[in-house]
Design a protein. Structure first.
Length: 311
């Protein structure tokens, strides 16, 4: 079995993601300019030491059981390489348990790091990192924008996963409202029914088609295009403040949806002026409900995803 060379140092930068965008359940995703950074050193000393700054600093493990360390070592073993000692510095800016792709970012950054620390002749491209990330994470909609950036449309094939970048109109500005409550993706998925009526599936499919067109060419259609029939109403009881926020924003004409599995709220705005109105509307609604506090971000949509640099 080949050995990973000690004495290497790399940095990995990976963006947050927002999935579904309303009706595009398990299909649509978009990168957001909130980045986690991972610095990995390979060392002669055995063992793993992880230092975490930011999100999860007080709760995440600091040894080989940390998801990123475990994924790196498992990926090397899968490819036939013997790992060495690891010293990992994780700077987490993506909120955990909020529907902004923190687990996808961890998976993508780990697999990108594992790849970059292989011998040069064994290193793979973004397609292989995407396939491995989607296989290990379970769904391609969050990992695709973390790997490729921008707006992505993903699907499951007979032997893997597919994705391509969609067109995003220049005027679209995402606004993110992050509540001070968490919801695990596993718990959110547990609320979904196993089947839906044919008419519901057809209605949702129509909205997905309209949404892809609206995102590329007709932002004025975003409110109608983001109407969902598959998942948001079923998950609403687990995130009542988010559901109420979405209802309020949509009543004002803004294309508000659940970000991923929630409870973060995503609003697809038509320019900076609407984004400012949405920020004010979020603050006004929050003042009427002191039980939940909200943090508002207006990120850009990066055109590229995960990035590795050799230190």
């Amino acid at each position: 079995m080949a050995h990973i060379q000690a004495g290497q140092s790399i940095a990995v930068h990976v963006p947050a993601t927002t999935a579904n965008l309303g009706p595009g359940f398990d299909v649509l995703g978009m990168a957001l300019s909130v980045f986690d950074t991972l610095v990995v050193h390979t060392v002669d000393e055995p063992g793993v030491l992880v230092t975490v700054t930011g999100e999860g600093a007080d709760t995440l493990p600091t040894d080989e059981t940390h998801l990123i360390a475990k994924t790196i070592l498992q990926r090397w073993a899968e490819l036939g390489y013997q790992g060495c000692g690891l010293r990992i510095e994780a700077t987490n800016r993506i909120p955990h348990g909020r529907g902004m792709g923190s687990s996808a970012a961890a998976m993508v950054s780990a697999l990108a790091a594992a790849n970059a620390l292989l011998p040069p002749e064994a290193q793979e491209g973004l397609e292989e990192i995407f396939q491995a990330s989607a296989r290990w994470e379970g769904h391609p909609d969050n990992v695709a924008p973390a790997v490729y950036g921008g707006l992505t449309l993903s699907w499951v094939t007979g032997n893997g996963f597919g994705t391509l970048n969609g067109v995003l109109h220049d005027s679209i500005v995402p606004v993110i409202a992050i509540p001070d409550i968490e919801l695990s993706t596993h718990a959110a998925r547990g609320l979904l029914p196993e089947t839906v009526p044919h008419a519901v599936a057809a209605a949702n499919g129509g909205r997905v088609g309209l949404l892809i067109h609206a995102l590329a060419h007709a932002p004025d259609a975003l409110l109608l295009a983001t109407e969902d029939f598959l998942h948001q109403s079923f998950r609403a009881p687990a995130m009542v403040p988010s559901a109420e926020m979405i209802t309020r924003l949509r009543s004002l004409g803004h294309a508000a949806v659940v970000s991923g599995a929630g409870p973060t709220v995503l609003v697809l705005c038509r320019g900076a002026q609407e984004a400012e109105k949405v920020s004010l509307a979020i603050a006004e609604h929050a003042r009427g409900n002191n039980e939940t506090s909200w943090r508002v971000l207006i990120p850009s949509v990066p055109h590229s995803g995960v990035r590795v640099e050799v230190l």
